[in-house]
Design a protein around this ligand. Structure first.
Ligand code: XIL
Length: 325
């Protein structure tokens, strides 16, 4: 099986991209996404989230997620599942259901078990050491390092993290189980909270294999390579792997040659920092073209965060990525 998987641009690491179902009707886009000499891994941007997979209690819909999983199989790419539990894109039956703590625990177990089990064993391997990965828990902390409050943490504090990880392990014993978070690129309160959580999970014997560092960054404000490496090493010293899971480096529009040049350097910084740390297994960009980036829709006046432009032409950031690998 592993022989069918081409090495991506990342070589020993994987290099991958998020994608989303609606944009797959764009045949030029889809063809480039499927080039596994470029992208060795894909992540569904939306279609494995809770609102997509269990829109009503006990009713599981895998149609759109399957499209992405099948694409990864067809193209010989690794698949990262994303995600089992997150405060966003939760269906209202969960967030406003008035459930007890015990009910919420079993709702979370049932959801995680069903979704992870559905995709178990679908993974392709770049080499024997590679396994499928799941962002089991997404964004558990606030930027100040406190526990993010939403329906599960309000009722269960951080024990919901353990519940989800244990259920995911039972559903797919081979998948690498991750906690995924943003603004944990360098040292700080949020990174410290992540380390404390992972240490306590490890001490309790809870299955945890990786920390996903999303990497939604800003041109000209990327931490230094040394600061990134120090933090990445502090994470891997806990006995887990890490991955850069959602890299994009946005700018205030309009895009200028100077901003593009800075962005090129910033991409090199992040990729080369991952490459410098033994436990950093790969880098995923949060889609590959500005045409389908989530940034302009969420950060007003910002965008141009990705290495391919609106017309699917490479930008200097692409060379920055090559240089980083
Ligand atoms: C984003 C998707 O890209 C958008 O299409 C959607 O509208 C909102 O979510 N952190 C995450 C991702 O973990 O799931 C988010 O994806 C981006 C921020």
């Amino acid at each position: 099986k592993s022989n069918t998987v081409a090495k991506s641009l990342g070589g020993k690491l994987y290099f991958g991209s998020a994608t989303d179902n609606p944009e797959l009707t764009d045949t030029t886009y889809k063809a480039k996404l499927g080039d596994n000499t470029l992208f060795g891994q894909i992540t569904p941007g939306n279609s494995m989230k809770w609102d997509a997979t269990e829109p009503q209690q006990g009713v599981f819909t895998f149609t759109n997620g399957d499209v992405i999983a099948n694409l990864s199989k067809t193209n010989g790419q690794l698949l990262r599942g994303h995600n089992c539990v997150w405060y966003n894109q939760l269906p209202s039956w969960v967030s406003s259901g008035g459930f007890s703590a015990a009910q919420l625990t079993s709702i979370l177990q049932n959801h995680t078990m069903n979704v992870v089990k559905h995709y178990a064993g679908q993974e392709l391997h770049i080499d024997a050491a590679d396994e499928d990965a799941w962002d089991v828990v997404n964004e558990p902390f606030n930027d100040d390092g406190t526990v993010r409050q939403f329906v599960f943490s309000e009722a269960l504090n951080l024990s919901y993290v353990t519940t989800a990880l244990v259920a995911a392990r039972a559903a797919d014993p081979k998948a690498k189980l991750y906690i995924n978070e943003y603004n944990i690129d360098s040292a700080g309160a949020k990174s410290t909270s992540m380390m404390n959580l992972v240490s306590s999970l490890k001490a309790a014997g809870t299955p945890i294999d990786g920390i996903g560092i999303q990497g939604h960054l800003i041109v000209g404000q990327v931490p230094s390579k040394a600061a990134l490496i120090a933090n990445y090493q502090a994470f891997t010293a806990l006995g887990v792997e890490i991955a850069i899971t959602e890299l994009d480096i946005r700018m205030t529009l309009p895009e200028t040659p100077a901003l593009r040049a800075q962005q090129q350097a910033d991409y090199t910084t992040v990729i080369s920092a991952c490459k410098a740390v033994a436990g950093c297994v790969g880098v995923t960009i949060w889609d590959y073209t500005d045409k389908y980036s989530w940034i302009p829709g969420v950060f007003s006046g910002q965008g141009a965060a990705l290495p391919w432009d609106d017309n699917l032409a490479i930008k200097p950031a692409y060379d920055g990525i090559i240089a980083g690998f």
